[in-house]
Design a protein around this ligand. Structure first.
Ligand SMILES: *Cc1c(COP(=O)(O)O)cnc(C)c1O
Length: 502
């Protein structure tokens, strides 16, 4: 506890010695037996409150404020309830929810449901937080020191722990604790970054396919999102020419998500350098959603984009959510990489954002130093093993299915599967395909439309191995049943038959 704060007994002594306090005279309406009249507790807050109360009584007597029944009389005043939603609230949409809720889903009662749609890796019970991770929270709780507010950016010790844990993001120098901002999950980290850099009418470049939260965060505030394309036949690298063509004087940031949700792709060093070069040419800061950093399969390497540049400022967003398998704990962070002070007042703006909700969960902050140092590498390796083996199995099985075109991921927890929808004439689009797949086979994937990428579906790789095997077998059965060769194939087959007939 800071030494400048009086302890309890000092405070009691202070209370019993009223003469030491000069107290402005109270208004006559203060009843003599109200506690404030006895206690010379003249702190400004109480005064202000009392004053407000008086003013509002005054206003109410003149019918300037709503009275008990909420109706107000008087000129130019409301005559009834007219509560409206703010524009921001009305313009905030969760695309996944909207699309999924519009599906007409009746799973086949004869087949147990396999939801390959759920992004929460803890759902199936096969992936659990490490004991070390959970014990750290117990210790944080038991010590009783973390029940109060922290600094809005987070407790110093917690920020130091994140700075150390993230040192690889800046191999040529140390990350300072004041360059770390703790947030309520990675989502809030992303929100702070977008809001700190972009104003209404400006635009942010985001990936397509991409995580729909970026759109959700920006649209309500009239910040335009411009989609740059990721190319499935180039391991989901960005279309650099198209990306660069989107940039104008109102572009506030380039957002990259690496490794990617929904693609499971991992950018190599060369590609990251190409992206950095574009940002350098256009003086564009990067917001890096690196929540899946370290989530890469054997043979791939994750590089933090900030580790490759000192020129371009990078706000790297991360957190405990995915790697430590604790999405409900809501602990994320921003690391400010601004080696040449190019973000200017935006850094102050970013820190101001923390004042909006007065900081993140302090019990988890208290546990962070232990979580980040004690969770063993073998635990992380075990999780990667599960994801990688599920990815390999699903890829192998679905690759053989006519009409499907899985793209093997190199990291994260997802796989995108192309659906040649023209080969399934019964289905209008990816959403319809997904709906009928649930209704026939009780396998639920997310349509690519949820990620601005129709023609694909996304599956999660966090389910138990047997479940993914069963799900892929059912998808194969579904596709076999509905796959139609295109008309040319059919005509050719027909001609062949005729030829044979001769
Ligand atoms: C899950 C996820 C997040 C959100 O993480 P929270 O810490 O739960 O807020 C952010 N970005 C991507 C790409 C994700 O998949």
């Amino acid at each position: 506890m800071p030494s400048s704060v009086a302890n309890e007994s000092q405070f009691k002594r202070f209370q019993s010695n009223p003469s030491r306090v000069s107290c402005p005279s109270r208004s006559p309406s203060d009843s003599p037996d109200s506690p404030s009249a006895h206690t010379p507790n003249c702190d400004a807050v109480e005064e202000a409150l009392a004053e407000l109360q008086l003013q509002s009584q005054d206003l109410r007597s003149k019918e300037l404020l709503p009275n008990g029944n909420g109706l107000v009389s008087g000129k130019g005043r409301r005559s009834g309830w007219h509560v409206k939603s703010s524009k921001l609230a009305l313009n905030t949409h969760n695309r996944i929810r909207n699309i999924v809720e519009a599906l007409k889903i009746k799973p086949n009662p004869e087949k147990p449901m396999i939801p390959l749609s759920i992004g929460d890796p803890t759902t199936f019970g096969n992936l659990k937080a490490a004991d070390e991770t959970m014990k750290a929270v117990l210790h944080s709780l038991e010590c009783g020191k973390f029940n109060g507010y922290a600094h809005t950016q987070g407790h110093e010790a917690a920020r130091q722990a994140v700075a150390k844990y993230s040192a690889h993001q800046r191999p040529d120098g140390e990350i300072q604790s004041d360059e770390v901002v703790l947030c309520s999950g990675c989502s809030s980290a992303l929100e702070y970054c977008i809001l700190a850099l972009a104003d209404r009418g400006q635009n942010v470049l985001i990936p397509r396919p991409g995580f729909c939260l970026y759109h959700t965060l920006a649209e309500g505030l009239d910040i335009e999102v411009r989609y740059y394309d990721l190319l499935p036949d180039q391991q989901w690298r960005a279309d650099l020419v198209q990306l660069e063509s989107l940039i104008d004087e109102n572009t506030a940031a380039l957002l990259i998500n690496n490794p990617s949700n929904p693609c499971g792709s991992v950018f190599d060093e060369k590609h990251l350098r190409q992206l950095i070069a574009i940002c350098e040419r256009h003086y564009l800061p990067i917001i890096a959603d690196e929540i899946y950093e370290h989530f890469v399969f054997p043979g791939s390497k994750h590089l933090a984009v900030s580790s490759l540049t000192t020129e371009v400022p990078v706000l790297s967003c991360g957190g405990l959510t995915k790697r430590f398998l604790v999405p409900g704990w809501r602990m994320g962070w921003i690391i400010i990489h601004d080696r040449k002070q190019r973000l200017g007042e935006a850094v102050r703006g970013l820190k101001n954002m923390c004042g909006r909700i007065l900081g993140s969960n302090t019990i988890i902050q208290g546990a962070l130093p232990e979580i980040l140092t004690k969770t063993p590498q073998s635990y992380f390796d075990g999780v990667i093993d599960v994801l990688h083996s599920n990815a390999s199995l699903a890829y192998k099985m679905l690759k053989q299915v006519q009409g499907l075109n899985p793209v093997m991921p190199n990291g994260a927890m997802y796989m995108m599967i192309g659906v040649s929808i023209e080969r399934f004439p019964e289905f209008k689009d990816d959403t319809h395909f997904v709906q009928e797949l649930v209704n026939e086979q009780s396998v639920f994937c997310l349509p690519g439309s949820c990620f601005e990428y129709p023609g694909y579906v996304r599956i999660v790789l966090t389910v138990p191995g047997l479940m993914i095997e069963e799900a892929c077998a059912r998808m194969a059965e579904f596709c076999e049943r509905h796959y139609k060769k295109d008309s040319r194939d059919i005509i050719e087959d027909g001609l062949l038959d005729e030829n044979l007939g001769f």
